[in-house]
Ligand binder design. Sequence first.
Ligand code: FAD
Length: 458
Amino acid sequence: MSPPRHLIIGGGLAGALLAVLLARRGHRVDVFERRADQRVRGYEGGRSINLALARRGLAVLQDAGLGEAVLQRAVPMRGRQVHPLDGEPSFLPYSRNDAECIWSVHRGRLNHLLLDAAEAAGARVHFHHRLGLVDFDARRAEIIDERDRRVRWIDFDALLGADGAGSALRNAMQGHADLHPEIAPLDHGYKELEIPPLPGGGFRIEREALHIWPRGGYMLIALPNTEGTFTVTLFLPHKGRMPNFEDIETAAQARAFFQQAFPDALALMPAFEEGWIGHPTSSLATLRLRHWHLDHRAVLVGDAAHAMVPFHGQGMNCAFEDVAALDRLLVAHDDRAEAFAAFEAERKPNAEAIQTMALENYVEMRTSVDDAQWRLQRALELCLAERHPGRFVPRYSMVSFTRTPYALAFERGQWQRALLVDATRGIDDLAQVDLATVDARIIAELAPLAAESPEPPL
Ligand SMILES: Cc1cc2nc3c(=O)[nH]c(=O)nc-3n(C[C@H](O)[C@H](O)[C@H](O)COP(=O)(O)OP(=O)(O)OC[C@H]3O[C@@H](n4cnc5c(N)ncnc54)[C@H](O)[C@@H]3O)c2cc1C
């Protein structure tokens, strides 16, 4: 019997990694990617030039034998460098353990590496090809060549949708499966800018940090790139009473806004006007579906199933976990419909948890990091993490530095947050915290966290 033919729609981060894993298992894998091959044309930019890779995403890449190659092209970020409007920037480490960091990786380079690995594993990648319609009864997909609009109908055993937030496969599945999509647009959008290297080379601001300029209703962030640049992202309401994209019509108005809100960041961007004009203003949304699969014929992964806002830096990490889970479950179940159902059951609650945490983190990043009470709670959180290693693990750490399922991190994080609020109510110094009572509650009510949450064995 010939191996099943899998058509992967989308050769982005999730699609390329899925192709690597399935091709290595001996499946016939064809990837259809509507864009050009960026390994030939060069990375065309688009959204988020760089991304934060966390432990869980890195672990999936390491399991695929690609971790080292990715880390060679990454910059570690060991904490947040907070830039207040007045006063000096301050560094808030993510952890007292130096090994606990997140990594800034270049989206284009990571995608190249994954596409190379997919082809090396035997997958065929077809660029300039986009999914159009799907005949699920005949199990044939309409593939359109973007260069000459030529249409081919291709037979498949399964369609795997890694075609991002605007997924064409998801649209095609809608008449057949109870997907019930709910799209919650964020009322804030984003625009990317760049801080260039120093004239003689080197970084203009602290290299190994995620920089944040919190301003209450909006914020600016910057992530380092290996060549000395920083990708800067402004998150701002689309419209409304406070500063907003709609009211900033010209580059001169943008400069005036930055002069008032982010003067130190503006000074780092000599080509500010070009950057402002050259980069689009983009939108963000959270996508929730009732189901992610159509029996044995189609399944969605990554943003196609659960696009989220980027404030926890987890969309790609979550997508990589999806891919690893799908690969594992396809081996564990002879029946593909069962594998897809098990995949949905395992991953959907976790995706929903990180979607919620990502929305919450926006408020924390743009407001709380600048707030004295939040800083006190954060100091207590780090203190308790040291007093109760493996038991009281800050939520950010569970999400970023462990493979704890997102849903469990969310649940434990809620309990811990309530404790921090209780313990710091009415005080302004860590020395005033009643540690004996806090310790007792933790030991009585919070079970130790599994040292690591390994993937279940096959
Ligand atoms: C501003 C911003 C910052 C972010 N920062 C982070 C971060 O720090 N860390 C993190 O983990 N995540 C981050 N994310 C999220 C991350 O970018 C996504 O979660 C991730 O790219 C999802 O991968 P994917 O492969 O599912 O989808 P995508 O990366 O969107 O890839 C989809 C692919 O499918 C192709 N495609 C689309 N339609 C079709 C079609 N009809 N036929 C064929 N091909 C098609 C597209 O061309 C694309 O190549 C960020 C997102 C944004 C917007």
